[in-house]
Design a binder for this molecule. Structure first.
Ligand code: NDP
Length: 332
């Protein structure tokens, strides 16, 4: 089995990823937390045999790969240390706070010859894959527009650094729009070139921290995509739609961590519910990553994908602050 070191005593680890590593046949060997007591308690609760506060000790504990899920400002240094130690890196999104840092991380992994993945889970959703396959098969003709509905409610146990700590990379754009960016690229099979966006402070985010955003993205092939992301909407539904010259794809309930949702295709022939074989998104992500570590294929979302999703999110923030359309420039 692939032996994992987990960096960060996090909610995502507890709720999804540690279980996913085990279900994918991996072994979770060690945990690193910045706090000894909290790390030990977390390791006990999640059944991880070894806990440390020292990254070098984690990297030296006989592991093959690290899963980095600390707050966003820590991803860079931890990825560079893991790559230098020859460990494969599955890193959470956003990869970093700046594109230069994200590029440095991807380059360090490339030079070290280790696999690097970005944990953009939505590519693993059966709904999102059905949307992508239908677009690629030409079932809606030319894709003209996409609409992403990803306004959610940040539950009380997550109302921490995401809405309070700008130094940790807070805000709805770096948290949610990055996922939209990756999912749009994946479904449309196209690259964004420009974005215009407006952000909102709806009462949850701390001073200067946006808790909602709406925007429009232009893609190279001509498609336009609108996105709506928020932490503040308790009663909204999520969805992902693609509207083409010959049909429309309507995905509902699909912008989520859970394997749920449906996709309907509407054309001149009428309405057809696409067949969706739901599976755990995170198990699928880890399985592909482990396969790549064994030398076959690539992570579902690579380090480059992580750079590209950040490029769109950062451009959306630039647009919101300048009041102008901003170019999307990943620099790779
Ligand atoms: P958490 O807020 O649960 O944990 C982040 C950090 O906060 C931990 O690394 C931990 O530090 C510290 N921490 C946790 N509990 C406490 C506490 N009680 N007191 C003080 N510090 C504490 O983060 P999330 O799990 O929500 O997110 C982690 C990363 O994963 C982010 O990069 C996020 O963007 C990403 N994410 C990705 C998702 C996806 O589906 N791809 C979904 C959710 C998050 P330490 O480790 O040093 O103890």
């Amino acid at each position: 089995p692939i032996r994992w070191g987990v960096v960060g005593a996090t909610t995502i680890g507890r709720e999804w990823m540690i279980g996913a590593m085990r279900e994918a046949g991996g072994e979770v060997v060690a945990l690193m937390s910045s706090d000894r007591d909290r790390g030990a308690a977390y390791a006990g609760e999640t059944g991880i045999p070894h806990a440390t506060t020292d990254l070098a000790e984690l990297l030296g504990s006989g592991i093959d790969a690290v899963y980095i899920a600390t707050t966003n400002e820590k991803h860079r240094a931890q990825t560079l240390a893991a790559a230098a130690a020859g460990k494969h890196v599955l890193c959470e999104k956003p990869l970093a706070l700046t594109l230069a840092d994200a590029r440095e991380m991807v380059e360090a992994c490339r030079r070290a010859g280790v696999v690097m993945g970005t944990n953009h889970h939505l590519r693993n959703a059966a709904t999102i894959r059905a949307l992508r396959d239908a677009v690629a098969a030409g079932r809606i003709g030319k894709a003209l527009f996409a609409r992403v509905f990803h306004a959610v409610f940040l539950p009380p146990h997550l109302q921490g650094w995401r809405i309070k700590d700008a130094a940790a990379g807070s805000g709805a754009v770096m948290d949610i729009t990055v996922h939209d960016a990756d999912t749009l690229r994946f479904v449309l099979g196209d690259e964004p070139v420009a974005v215009t966006a407006m952000t909102q402070q709806g009462g949850m985010g701390g001073p200067g921290i946006e808790d909602g955003v709406m925007g429009v993205v232009r893609f190279r092939g001509g498609a336009l995509a609108q996105f709506h992301d928020a932490f503040t909407t308790q009663y909204a539904t999520t969805g992902f739609e693609v509207h083409g010259s010959e049909g429309s794809l309507i995905g509902t309930g699909c912008m989520t961590q859970r394997p749920v949702g449906e996709v309907v295709l509407r054309t001149a022939q009428g309405e057809e519910a696409l067949t969706i074989a739901h599976e755990n998104l995170y198990v699928r992500s880890v399985t592909a990553f482990q396969t790549a570590v064994r030398g076959e294929g690539a992570p579902v979302a690579t380090g480059e994908d992580g750079i590209r999703s950040m490029a769109l999110a950062l451009a959306a923030l630039t647009s919101a602050s300048t009041g102008r359309e901003a170019p999307v420039e990943p620099g790779i």
